[in-house]
Design a protein around this ligand. Structure first.
Ligand code: 5GP
Length: 201
């Protein structure tokens, strides 16, 4: 059976991770995307069990205490975590499983699952990230400024990841993501996909 692969996909809120991931999965329906648990309220159009498992804080705390989460973090006032059982089952069945998660959780996975491949998505600039977050218009001003502050710290950590991709032109970023997910590691642990040069900012 083909070996499975755990893939961590991270980057600041508003960078377009979700859109890139949806496009990637349309091209490759064989990919599995983990469905996280969160204490955040659903946004319009989000469905329980599809976008997230929406749970209250006591339930989330029980999942943590019972060791049901592979990683978890508090982000902008809400908790998010990856249910462990589904991920472990899919990887053991030879599937490629993608976790779309924030920085603290990504660091936990890197530490606990060193075989995971980690990909960081960068905005072309900080101003562009702010514009995208505001365009989304689904969050309050307070939530947007919290996410922007977190984004600064997240972007500074991009180099911790195996592969960095700048989401400037969408089709280019998607092609790079596709190569990053399906490339194979060489003997030195680096990947044969072209590493993007992280732009100095
Ligand atoms: P949003 O509220 O915009 O859906 O997600 C906020 C942030 O939480 C995003 O950066 C998203 O990638 C991250 N996130 C979603 N699910 C998880 C998870 O299970 N664990 C962690 N650590 N972060 C998550």
């Amino acid at each position: 059976m083909q070996a499975g692969q755990l893939i961590v996909f991270t980057g600041p809120s508003g960078v377009g991770k979700g859109t890139l991931l949806r496009a990637l999965c349309q091209r490759h329906p064989e990919l599995c995307v983990s469905i996280s648990a969160t204490t955040r309220s659903p946004r319009p159009g989000e469905m329980d069990g599809t976008h997230y498992y929406f749970v209250d804080r006591p339930k989330f705390d029980r999942m943590v205490a019972d060791g049901e989460l592979l990683e978890w973090a508090e982000f902008a006032g809400n908790c998010y975590g990856t249910p462990r059982a589904a991920v472990e089952r899919q990887v053991s069945q030879g599937q490629f499983v993608i976790l779309e998660i924030e920085l603290q959780g990504a660091r936990q996975v890197r530490q606990n699952c060193p075989e995971a491949r980690t990909i960081f998505i960068l905005p072309p600039s900080f101003d562009e990230l702010e514009r995208r977050l505001r365009d989304r218009a689904s969050d309050s001003e307070e939530a947007i400024s919290r996410r922007l502050n977190i984004a600064k710290a997240e972007i500074a950590a991009a180099r911790e990841f195996d592969i960095q991709i700048v989401n400037d032109d969408f089709e280019t970023a998607l092609a790079q993501l596709e190569r990053a997910v399906f490339s194979t590691a060489d003997g030195n642990g680096s990947f044969d996909s072209p590493l993007e040069t992280l732009r100095e900012r």
